[in-house]
Write a protein that binds this ligand. Sequence first.
Ligand code: NAP
Ligand code: G4F
Length: 353
Amino acid sequence: MGKRALITGITGQDGAYLAKFLLDKGYEVYGTYRRLSTPNFWRLEYLGVYHKVYLIPADLTDMSSIIEALKISEPDEVYHLAAQSFVEASFETPVATGDVTGLSTTRILEAIRLVYPETKFYNAATSEIFGKTGILNGGRPLNENDPFMPMSPYATAKLYGFWITRIYREAYGIFAVNGILFNHESPLRGLEFVTRKISNEVAKIYLGLSKELRLGNLDAKRDWGYAPEYVEAMWLMLQQKEPDDYVIATGEAHSVREFVEKAFGLMGLDWQKYVKVDKRFFRPLDVPCLVGDYSKAKHKLGWEPRTKFDKLVEVMVNEDVSRWERWLKGERFPWDAPNYPSESNVLTRALRM
Ligand code: NAP
Ligand code: G4F
């Protein structure tokens, strides 16, 4: 029998790609989802895996639902990806972000310790935990030994998750790892993140559906990789003999301005005619530059990024143009007609009663 994996946050960008990746490897895949007024399974549908995964209702703030999800799925591996993941929103909802993005990692680790201590655990840490170090070190690529200096409520919550994962590894011998992933993007990225906001608006402007793009800090630099390659790194971390923490990145930093220039340029458009800087999209604090050194992952996991900046921008813009072109022809997409989770792949606690 294949292995069983439980993914928290299966409806998000990484959750959907990871579900597909693990299904292709022969895993039985379980994922938690939370009740929303409009269901959010479009990414799973887009990748053609909605009917191939088992869905378990659970909320990160509800310990009993997490325990139930473990009991239903009996996983060999848990990938903890669910979070309030938008840095900007964490300034608006700092307490909730601390609870969902930080404390929930402890809820899951506690549940594993109590119910399935043999389960391997992946925690979605982030390059955001380096924060100010990214600029104080002169822009040198950051590695696992660099100091953490978070600059947002989100990053602080993630740093808590990072340390509690290490503590459960050392205190209880749980196979628990942190993936310190730098930004990774794709056509499945949420529309509020800057790369997808740009690729989507470029497509609309190109097709005459929009006239301008409003952005914040164009000088910020990020290390942008391609999400489907990053989920493979998560899996590789759990296949090692010993649990450890790894930086996953491309090793290149590019500014938001460069992303804009490249994306508009691909469609033959002059970005300066369309982009307006709008103070609403500036943050109270913003990490100026983040770039990662993935040498350890290359050496120990055999992992390397394949899709770099130019190709990534191309993939995202082309996919958004193609979606809007099909939409103009009358084609409708999963997000236009959301599926309710009333299908046979939904598992609830009633099953175990
Ligand atoms: P995402 O697209 O925003 O997905 C977040 C997931 O968390 C969604 O499935 C969301 O469910 C779920 N979630 C949020 N609040 C929840 C709650 N209270 N209870 C249960 N589920 C909840 O994020 P992503 O880009 O896939 O990132 C995956 C993880 O990696 C996150 O932890 C993120 O912080 C971290 N990370 C991401 C990057 C990156 O560049 N993408 C880099 C480093 C680390 P709904 O669909 O219901 O909203
Ligand atoms: O796309 P962003 O919102 O991503 P950010 O803040 O780097 O966070 C993402 O990557 C982290 C890994 O380092 C993850 F942990 C996190 O969950 C998330 O996935 O913003 C990127 C940069 C920022 O400096 C922001 O100020 O783009 C700048 N920016 C400029 N104008 C904008 C905008 N960001 C957004 N979202 N919207 C704008 O209009």
